[in-house]
Design a binder for this molecule. Structure first.
Ligand code: SF4
Length: 83
């Protein structure tokens, strides 16, 4: 899984997309457009929407599962443990 420290991700150039249960971090420069995220979880990852990442639009377990399939390291998440 790709759970990381938020400060390090922001410093590395990741953009944060937040929700109550899970925050998603995306690095456009690392994305190889393999499209796993869009194909497997279009409710959360949708290039035709702004913002294109909406973590709360899917079950956070599904968000984690799909982020794990990203081949380029462009996606990470931080889960809020209070949930
Ligand atoms: S799965 Fe990863 S590499 Fe593929 S489009 Fe999504 S962010 Fe980019």
């Amino acid at each position: 899984m790709h759970e990381e420290n938020e400060k390090d991700l922001i410093k590395a150039g990741y953009k944060k997309y937040k929700s109550e249960e899970i925050d998603v971090f995306f690095h456009a420069g690392k994305c190889t457009h393999a499209a796993n995220c869009i194909k497997y979880l279009p409710s959360t990852f949708n290039m035709n929407r702004k913002p294109w990442v909406e973590p709360s639009a899917s079950l956070h377990e599904d968000v984690k599962r799909v982020i794990a399939t990203c081949p380029s390291n462009a996606l990470h998440f931080i889960e809020h443990k209070s949930f």
